[in-house]
Design a protein around this ligand. Structure first.
Ligand code: SF4
Length: 448
């Protein structure tokens, strides 16, 4: 681009907040984009491309619109905003749309509403991609898919950390210290799609204004500021059996020791408030597995600062490109019934589930996006737009979708090695390795 500054040619799509007074223009973008998108923004600026923010209605004032897709909810929000919009209709768009971010793996749901999908890290080529689109050309790269065509692509990796400090929309700065994770939890999309580079196993920077840093149980005492009441880590399973099966080697004894040590070492008052993240509805999970967490935590002897602990549970989602991808999703068990339940209450320790837990319909909707194929457009439109559907309770939603559509493809157990809708994607982990890990997982789950 010969260093040319392109003002107002390229914009990031913001889905709300742009026109509200007292709302920072990028507030919604901060939420959906986070530091990944700000890193790309920084990269573009260093390449001479200034970016603006736009709404679905003002996108037509730009030539290239960048859309960060992070979670399934971000994909749903994007589609809800653009499917009804005249300017965004396939064939009628006056601008090119590039989707990227952690939520870009199954492109079927939005293949008609974007022109290019970027898979994985893109700092090496994002400037070239945008320049090509501005010149009216397609950009060919092994980690870019020119939509709506669907063909084999490779997940982009970084061989080193992003070297620059990035200024975020919330005024904080972000300096990348690690990518990926050296551990190998068998359900973790992050682990299996991002090659590990840099520091601790999983080292989330404190950039979002959150009160504490999320870490692993193995690193928690290296990172936790004892004066802070909040301390966060994942245990990812209510029973030792299921944690071990999914490659999360946290024993019950380790869990007790960690909570007791948190109480002993905290210097905050009046309570220390750990938040732990767990996963429920794993394949083969029994009532005994579910209740094991409470039984184990009741053994803790917290003799220091009283511990008030919140457990945030997410139902298991067989995530694409992981060894779990062929497993079934359980859209029957309703964990939401446990919300705010007291899990353990002993001297010095109280443990509760969080006030809201994802219900079966929410898991089914996520699985629809995860395993969507060419034939999924109608079920996606029902989930996104049907007023009757939206009025239903979680379980009723599952019943309504199963009565109208064949939902089996989204939730069923597959044979290991079966072709899934995202077979066009390859990562740094070869399929043979994924399949081997998947077989080991099944053996461990069956208890043989
Ligand atoms: S769940 Fe956490 S510890 Fe496990 S692989 Fe993923 S990032 Fe690492």
């Amino acid at each position: 681009m010969n260093g040319a500054i392109l003002m107002a040619d390229v914009a990031w799509l913001v889905l709300s907040g742009l026109n509200k007074s007292h709302t920072r223009a990028s507030a919604a973008f901060d939420k959906q984009g986070g530091y990944g998108a700000y890193t790309v923004k920084d990269c573009l600026e260093r390449g001479g491309i200034e970016t603006d923010f736009c709404s679905p209605s003002t996108a037509k004032n730009y030539r290239v619109v960048l859309v960060p897709l992070v979670f399934t909810s971000g994909i749903a929000d994007f589609l809800k905003a653009v499917i009804p919009h005249d300017d965004w209709q396939p064939g009628a768009r006056s601008f090119k749309v590039v989707v990227g971010g952690f939520g870009v793996h199954n492109v079927y749901p939005y293949r008609e509403y974007a022109d290019a999908a970027v898979f994985g890290r893109c700092e090496e080529f994002i400037v070239d991609l945008v320049c090509n689109l501005l010149d009216g050309k397609q950009f060919q790269h092994k980690s870019v898919m020119n939509l709506p065509d669907i063909y084999p692509v490779e997940y982009g990796q970084a061989s080193e950390l992003y070297p620059h400090c990035v200024m975020l929309g919330n005024g904080k700065t972000f300096k990348e210290t690690s990518i990926g994770c050296s551990r190998a939890c068998l359900f973790c999309h992050y682990r299996w799609t991002r090659k590990h580079v840099g520091g601790l196993a999983y080292d989330m920077q404190q950039v979002s204004g959150a009160a504490s840093v999320e870490t692993t149980i193995w690193d928690v005492f290296d990172i936790w500021d004892r004066k802070k009441a909040k301390v966060r880590f994942g245990i990812d399973g209510n029973s030792e059996r299921l944690r071990m099966a999914f490659g999360k080697p946290i024993t019950n004894a380790m869990l007790v020791e960690t909570i007791e040590r948190i109480s002993a070492e905290a210097t905050c008052s009046p309570t220390v408030r750990p938040e732990i993240y767990t996963i429920g509805s794993y394949p083969t999970e029994s009532e005994e597995d579910r209740n094991e967490l409470g039984r184990v935590l009741s053994r803790c002897k917290c003799c220091g600062v009283p511990v008030k602990m919140m457990v945030q549970l997410t139902p298991f989602r067989p995530s694409l490109m992981t060894p779990s991808q062929w497993e079934a999703a359980n859209v029957v068990y309703n964990w939401n019934l446990h919300a705010v339940t007291n899990i353990a209450s002993v001297e010095g320790l109280e443990v509760y589930y969080r006030y809201s837990i994802e219900g079966p319909a929410s898991l089914l909707e996520q699985m629809i996006f995860e395993r969507a194929s060419e034939g999924s457009d109608q079920i996606i439109k029902t989930v996104l737009f049907s007023p009757q559907y939206k009025r239903l309770k979680s379980r009723e939603k599952v019943q309504a979708l199963s009565a109208t559509f064949n939902i089996a493809q989204y939730i069923q157990l597959y044979e290991i090695g079966d072709t899934l809708p995202t077979s066009y994607l390859s990562s740094y982990t070869e399929n043979e390795k994924l399949e081997m890990a998947a077989k080991n997982l099944r053996v461990r789950l069956s208890g043989i």
